[in-house]
Each structure stands twice: as C-alpha cells, then as structure tokens.
Design a protein around this ligand. Sequence first.
Ligand SMILES: NC(=O)c1ccc[n+]([C@@H]2O[C@H](COP(=O)([O-])OP(=O)(O)OC[C@H]3O[C@@H](n4cnc5c(N)ncnc54)[C@H](OP(=O)(O)O)[C@@H]3O)[C@@H](O)[C@H]2O)c1
Length: 248
Amino acid sequence: MPMLDLIGRSCLITGGSKGIGLAIATRFASAGANCTLVARNLDPLRDAVSKLPRIKDLKQTHDILSGDVGDLKFWEHAVEAKPDISVLVNAAGQPQVSTLFSTKQGDIERLVGVNLLGAIYGTKAYVKGMMRAREGCIINISSALAATGGRGSAVYAASKSGLDGFAKSMVKEVSRFNIRINNILPGYIETDMTAAMSAAARKEALSKTPLGTFGDVNQVADAAYFLAMNKYITGTNLVIDGGYSVGH
Ligand SMILES: NC(=O)c1ccc[n+]([C@@H]2O[C@H](COP(=O)([O-])OP(=O)(O)OC[C@H]3O[C@@H](n4cnc5c(N)ncnc54)[C@H](OP(=O)(O)O)[C@@H]3O)[C@@H](O)[C@H]2O)c1
C-alpha cells in the first residue's frame, strides 16, 4: 500500500484518459489525491475516472473535464469548474511523424497548440490560485526528443523543448510563492502513441535505446509522484528514457 501523502490535494491531469496521464492520475489517487482528468473524448474519460483508486474511508472525489487544452477558453471553464488545484500535470500531447517539408500548416499549429500552448495556458490559468495558496506544483510531460531532436519530429521536438525555457522562466517568476515547475522527458513508453508506430520505426527506436526496451507508464508515474513530493526540486528536466538521449 503506497503512502497516503497526497490526501486532500487536488490534482488536475491533462491527457488523463489514458497512457501516461492516466498512470500518473492512478498513482496520485492511490496516494489519496482527488484527481480531475482532462481530455477531449468523453467516453474514455468516463471509463478512466471510474477505474481510479478510491481509498476506503477517505472521501476522495475524482472528476472529469472534457476540452481541448490548446484552447484558452477551455482553461477559463476549467478554472471556474475546478478553482483549487495544487498539482497540475500537463500530459496531453500529440505526436508527429512527418518531415517538416510534408507537414501542413494546420498540423504545425495543432502540435504547438497542444504540446506547448496547452501547458502554458494551463499554467497561466492555475498559477494565480497557487500564488494565493502559497503552494503549487506543475509537472509538464515533455519528451527525450526535446533534447535529441528526431527525424520526422521537428515540430514535436520544438514544442516539447519550448517547455524547457518555459519552466525555467516560471521558476524565476513563481518560486517565491512556493510554486515548483518541472519537466519529465520520457523516451519511448508503451502507450497508444507508440503502438501506432510502424514496425520499422519501433525497431529503430529500440536499437537507439541502450536498455533495449520501451518504458512502462508506471515508471513515468513514479517520477511524477517523486516530483510532486520532493519540495526542493524545481526547474529540472527529469529524463526517463532507457538511455536514449545519451546518444547513438
Ligand atoms: N508514449 C511515449 O513514448 C511518449 C514519449 C515521450 C513523451 N510522451 C508524451 O507524454 C504525453 C502522454 O503521451 P501518451 O503516450 O500517454 O499518449 P496517449 O496514450 O496517446 O494519450 C494522449 C492523451 O492526451 C489527450 N489529448 C490529446 N490531445 C488533446 C487535446 N488537444 N486536448 C486535451 N487532451 C488531449 C488524449 O485524449 P483525447 O484524444 O481524448 O483528447 C489522451 O488522454 C504526451 O504529451 C506525449 O507527447 C510520450
């Protein structure tokens, strides 16, 4: 049984209906947190929230909000519906598998909108309340590709590496309010996102991962929990990638 050290904490996890976001929400809920899951599609959200751990005798309330994190209006609605959030996890994201030359303008805007602006808008929406509460933790799910780049991932890598400058700047703006902001940089993790890779792309990714396997969502969830709990870590990029970013 995990320690119940997130009792009474309200956490909002974007991309919480599946994959890495859902694993983080599950980890937080099993430590006693109240979790709000965010994604666009309602059915997977309802399914995910019904499966979140609820600790006996603890009045845990889990909830869902559906919307597009790249839309500022969604965040206005989110803050109205869930004003008191002490841990914000920006995990919603979309991949890219196309050279820049063949990527349409709409797709460029969508990728930057979800992967980078989604985290910026979410932080902007919730940081005011965290400042009032004199406490807050923001965790962005970036990517190892932010550090290495990748063929066919120029816009994705640009959107994720933008989170580095964003987090470091926010550290300078909000640390005095006891708000921490960190990025996690996963390598290849088994989720629907990586299940969509071609056999050739998967083989290449494995060959570039020194530990020789894709990671598990729970390994990323453990890291998010660690960052939520450790009160002296801020402005860091925590890499969980089986050695991928060491170089190949
Ligand atoms: N899996 C990996 O190998 C890997 C590696 C490095 C980084 N990451 C990053 O980790 C995060 C989670 O990835 P994952 O593999 O868990 O992906 P996933 O299984 O495809 O889940 C993506 C989640 O994001 C939500 N989402 C996508 N676009 C959204 C939008 N515009 N607004 C709100 N929610 C949106 C999805 O729900 P809806 O579609 O219903 O909106 C879903 O809940 C992403 O930021 C990804 O870039 C993943």
